[in-house]
Design a protein around this ligand. Structure first.
Ligand code: DAT
Ligand code: MG
Length: 141
């Protein structure tokens, strides 16, 4: 299996709701390998770096606050096409319209908050994956 790596987060809502196993199970069932796995409380520096592209947007501050609201799980997954593949099994950003069968479509909903609590993050490109893996696994894999 040609190695492509993606950075996956089980966000604080997913961790709090006990959905970490469900998310990891779907990743493994799809055929991707877990290369690294960690439960962490995100630092402000990590979140500023991770979400730099969203700084200044109306949901940025609530997003960082939400991501600081409890432990999250950081994972590096491996497998051919896993960057696009994970985003496909995650579903689209808005959980209300995310497809049934996807993580967000099956397990998340809109809570009427400024920020979407949509259980998971997945890198959106090889460049993002490399950048994000360095943020969450600064000591390497
Ligand atoms: P994704 O997580 O699908 O890659 P993104 O990178 O555009 O989406 O945004 C990062 C997170 O910010 C997303 O998971 C939830 C939140 N978010 C994005 N757009 C939003 C919006 N319009 N309203 C509320 N929250 C939003
Ligand atoms: Mg994104």
């Amino acid at each position: 299996d040609q190695v492509e790596r993606s950075l996956v987060l089980v966000k604080p809502d997913g961790y709090r709701r006990g959905l970490t196993g469900e998310v990891l199970s779907r990743i493994e069932a799809k055929g991707y390998r877990l290369a690294a796995l960690s439960v962490v409380e995100a630092t402000p520096e990590q979140l500023a770096a991770h979400y730099a592209e969203h700084e200044g947007k109306p949901f940025y501050e609530p997003l960082v606050e939400f991501m600081s609201s409890g432990p999250l799980v950081a994972a590096v997954i491996e497998g051919h096409g896993c960057i696009t593949g994970f985003r496909t099994i995650a579903g689209t950003t808005d959980p209300t319209t995310a497809a049934p069968g996807s993580i967000r479509g099956d397990l998340a909903r809109d809570w009427g908050l400024t920020v979407q609590q949509n259980i998971v993050h997945g890198s959106d490109s090889p460049e993002s994956a490399a950048r994000e893996i360095a943020i969450w696994f600064p000591n390497g894999l």
